[in-house]
Design a binder for this molecule. Structure first.
Ligand code: HEM
Length: 431
């Protein structure tokens, strides 16, 4: 089957925008409820306006999503604290004996968090198990994509993949029952309207899809944030200064939803990290009729691929594309100052743009705030992996080690306070 990869913003705009039906998602990518369509359409409208403002007067679904983020703010704040204190507990020996020690904690921490936020599901043990299965199945899937016959040489990996996939589907069914139970107890949440009215199979697909969408991407972004913050002390200090201004004498555990909006530099760090290391590797559309794309004849049926990482490395769109420069997003949060907002596609664009875009950015901002406030960090990679090494279809920093230590200077413990007597109260992550 013919395929083509595009990277210039004009072609990306045509392909992701659909161009009046010329490009669409291949059929097997499934059904979307009306609630999903309207939520995404309005997010997209905001993105096209190149504004990060959340217009709370938007449609019902969008307001519901905004409301979810607000309602679950405290859950996210506390869960990120838990995740960081588990990372802090890792020893050099743990990382020596297990290349996945850091990734595993981040993966299970974010899985716990998103199961709580999206589904009101709080069985941490099962969340940890399912988080690791998602991680392993995702890796194997990426291997198969790169080398479809590779499974012949890895029979055990294939068996494990199948076992993991079955466990994930069974978990999706259990989550569906959990949601039914909540609904019958009168606790219908945001996720019920998000799923919409679908049959059993549709529901399973949507529940499992939402679990995968939120637990394969946010952990990768979180890991790369740890890496960039440890490599760029100036960015870390700037975030601390921003927090000082916003929190005043309050502790990080007293941070509120309203504090997020003025955290513009912190958000720029999140967006720049997603530019350099977009967690979603490939977007695919199918050409519905013969077309001329940037001077190239594209026959009907061609698969058109967009690799966000390549789009973000295009020197025609970005100044010094390989460099970490969060400032580029300060005045242009949606486009990073690139001539077109279609030069920045970590969440895709168009009608199939990420449904959890704003929630994801919010979670990552809260993570960065907690991290910068409480911790210092050093990261490293065991050979042969290097941070610059970009394995195809695996956006995760494989084997990354992170030594996370609590900041010990008294003035750092309570942001904005110089008095040692008040600042000595430590800020427990479970507060
Ligand atoms: C940094 C974090 C995230 C990134 C980079 C990301 C990226 C993406 C991308 C690129 C797509 C489009 C996929 C495609 O066209 O094939 C997508 C779809 C989606 N994402 Fe996210 N995502 C993130 C977090 C989340 C979260 C937290 C949620 C949960 C609410 C979520 C829910 C979804 C859903 C439901 C879709 C499918 C939309 C559809 O086509 O119906 N995502 N995401």
């Amino acid at each position: 089957m013919p395929f083509v990869v595009v990277t210039d913003p004009d072609s990306v705009r045509r392909v992701l925008g659909g161009d009046g039906g010329v490009y669409s998602k291949p059929k097997y990518f499934g059904y979307r409820s009306k609630a999903v369509k309207t939520a995404v359409a309005s997010q997209q409208k905001a993105a096209e306006l190149e504004t990060a403002e959340l217009d709370e007067k938007g449609d019902v679904s969008r307001r519901a999503l905004g409301q979810l983020a607000q309602d679950k703010f405290q859950v996210i704040l506390v869960s990120m604290g838990e995740l960081l204190s588990r990372l802090e507990g890792l020893t050099a020996k743990d990382m020596e004996s297990d290349d996945d020690a850091v990734i595993g904690i981040v993966q299970s921490g974010i899985t716990r968090l998103n199961l709580r936020v999206l589904f009101d599901y709080s069985d941490s043990r099962r969340a940890d198990d399912i988080g690791m299965r998602i991680l392993h199945a995702g890796r194997e899937f990426a291997q198969e994509m790169v080398n479809p016959l590779g499974f012949l040489f890895r029979p055990f990996a294939v068996v494990r993949f199948l076992i993991d996939a079955i466990a994930i589907i069974r978990f999706g069914r259990a989550l569906g029952r959990h949601l039914d139970h909540l609904a019958s107890a009168g606790a219908k949440g945001w996720v019920h309207s998000w799923i919409g009215k679908v049959g059993k199979v549709g529901k399973l697909g949507k529940v499992t899809g939402l679990v995968m969408a939120s637990t394969q991407t946010v952990p990768t972004a979180t890991l790369w944030l740890i890496y960039y913050l440890s490599e760029h002390p100036h960015a870390l200090e700037t975030i601390r200064e921003e927090l000082r201004q916003i929190l005043g004498e309050r502790k990080i555990s007293e941070m509120s939803y309203d504090d997020l909006k003025p955290m513009v530099y912190t958000e720029s760090v999140v967006r720049e990290t997603l530019r350099l290391r977009p967690p979603f590797p490939v977007l695919v559309k199918e050409c519905q009729r013969d077309d001329n794309l940037a001077g190239l004849m594209i026959p009907r049926g061609t698969s058109v691929y967009i690799v966000p990482w390549l789009v973000h490395q295009n020197a025609k769109s970005w100044e010094e594309p390989e460099n970490f420069r969060p400032e580029r997003f300060l005045n242009a949060p949606e486009s990073g100052g690139a001539p077109s907002s279609f030069a920045y596609v970590p969440f895709s664009r168009g009608s199939r743009m990420c449904g959890g875009y704003r929630l994801a950015v919010m979670e990552l901002k809260i993570f960065v705030a907690r991290f910068a406030y409480q911790y210092d960090c050093e990261t490293s990679f065991p050979p042969p992996f290097e941070p610059g090494y970009f394995p195809p279809l695996n956006m995760s920093p494989l084997g990354m080690r992170a030594e996370i230590s609590r900041r010990d200077s008294a003035a750092d413990v309570v942001v904005g306070l110089s008095s040692p007597s008040t600042s000595s109260s430590s800020d427990s992550p479970s507060q």
